[in-house]
Design a binder for this molecule. Structure first.
Ligand code: SF4
Ligand code: SF4
Length: 433
């Protein structure tokens, strides 16, 4: 009997085309800006920011040490409290997705392949510089297994242990302990102490950003919409890497403009435009394929339940006791209790949140994106579909990836879905007399 071991190709830096990467971002930006009317003037800051970072490759500046994060479950307040800057590394580029596929299983999710493809390339854009540490919450299996791959590429990786269950007191305590250990790790990395003042300043910084986001979110309740979802996704994607204080000021400026639009009775879409709730695998620039297809076809994304927008910024920290240890525990709670990522065994909260969003944003239907190879989003689809079915809310399930190849076929499905929503709306109006 022969004892065969298959040949394993070591992870090596892959060749990478800066111009292809920049071209992909350029095309998406041009489409976002030029092919839609009435873009808010305050969006110019975000358009210019993406052009500078993703197309021209301008350096992203940061204060103190740079801590890369691979998921929203990494508590950014702690990183700020140690004088470092968090930067979310989740990537949305098809070019990097292909680079990642050179050393990862082809069936992996595009988000993970693109992130690792970027980390394994030299002289990349966006020009983030080498993180002093990458914190990798142990959420889905693909994120977990990325950890050693990033380590093999020469990065210092910290595995932030995340529970699989969120309802039990045991998992809450387990997670609080993980977050405290993360604080110890950051202390060793930065050589700084965690103080009440530092933590409070970090809470204020993220709290102000979240308040600006919530205000922005509230303008999406209006019908007809006064801002399109493609712009909202661009704003929230900028949060991954922009200076948080400047980002907050720019969102506040956008809110002022939206208030003026509201007062003037402005409409960004026709009154009969179907209102869509977006859920599932996160749209990350430049992969805004699905939201853009919806809005090109005359729909409007009025709300979302995704970790590149609403889930990243909506839930705030509730502190009972202003002592450092209690503050850290409250922070841990903020990252566990409201989390509706499908990595948990049960996820009743996600269904509740989705039904709630449909109701409060008066959505006519739901589009559910699952990246091919993402088992958790694929598996959870069934129970979410069941919940919407029972509530009489139409949902379109789309399995896709970062490739542009399925655009034509997706566009036909989306148009048909929006058409059916328009008909339902008409029937409803007729029934109401
Ligand atoms: S989908 Fe879930 S595991 Fe993946 S980055 Fe988002 S929150 Fe994290
Ligand atoms: S889309 Fe799925 S596989 Fe990809 S990071 Fe999110 S949970 Fe993990």
């Amino acid at each position: 009997m022969t004892n065969e071991t298959s040949k394993v190709i070591p992870i090596q830096p892959v060749s990478y085309s800066r111009s292809r990467q920049a071209g992909e971002s350029q095309d998406v930006l041009d489409h976002i800006i030029d092919d839609f009317q009435d873009n808010p003037e305050s969006m110019q800051y975000f358009y210019d920011l993406f052009r500078s970072v993703y197309c021209h490759g301008d350096e992203i500046k940061h204060e103190g040490m740079l801590v890369g994060t691979t998921c929203i479950q990494a508590p950014e307040e702690l990183i700020y409290a140690f004088g470092a800057t968090p930067m979310r590394l989740c990537n949305g580029s098809y070019h990097y997705d292909q680079k990642g596929a050179e050393f990862m299983p082809s069936k992996s999710c595009s988000l993970v392949k693109a992130t690792l493809g970027m980390l394994n390339s030299d002289n990349v854009i966006p020009k983030i510089g080498k993180p002093d540490m990458i914190v990798n919450p142990t959420t889905c299996d693909q994120k977990k297994k990325s950890s050693s791959m990033m380590g093999d590429m020469g990065y210092k990786v910290y595995d932030l242990e995340f529970p699989n269950v969120k309802e039990s007191e045991a998992s809450r305590q387990y997670w609080q302990r993980s977050v405290r250990q993360f604080a110890t790790e950051l202390r060793q990395l930065t050589g700084r102490k965690l103080t009440k003042k530092g933590l409070q300043a970090a809470f204020n910084k993220t709290g102000r950003a979240q308040a600006a986001f919530r205000k922005l979110h509230s303008y999406r309740l209006l019908s007809p919409s006064i801002i399109l979802g493609k712009d909202i996704f661009l704003v929230t994607n900028a949060y991954f890497f922009d200076d948080i204080t400047r980002w907050t000021e720019k969102v506040e400026a956008l809110n002022v403009e939206l208030e003026a639009r509201k007062q003037a009775g402005f409409k960004a879409v026709q009154s009969k435009a179907p209102r869509v709730l977006f859920t599932g695998s996160p749209p990350i620039f430049p992969n805004l394929k699905l939201p853009l297809l919806i809005e090109e076809a005359g729909g409007v994304v009025v709300a979302d339940e995704s970790c590149s927008a609403n889930r990243m910024l909506y839930d705030m920290t509730a502190v009972d006791e202003w002592m450092v240890n209690d503050m850290v525990d409250s922070l841990a709670d903020k990252y566990l209790k409201p989390c509706t990522c499908p990595i948990f065994t049960k996820n009743e909260d996600r269904k509740r949140r989705l039904l709630d969003l449909v109701k409060s944003f008066d959505a006519d239907g739901v589009v559910y994106q699952a990246f091919s190879g993402c088992q958790v989003y694929e598996m959870e689809y069934r129970s979410v579909a069941e919940a919407f079915n029972q509530a009489g809310i139409p949902m379109l399930y789309v399995e896709t990836d970062y490739s542009p190849d399925d655009k034509g076929q997706l566009s036909t499905r989306i148009e048909a879905f929006l058409e059916s929503m328009k008909n339902r709306k008409k029937q409803k109006q007729r029934a109401l007399g």
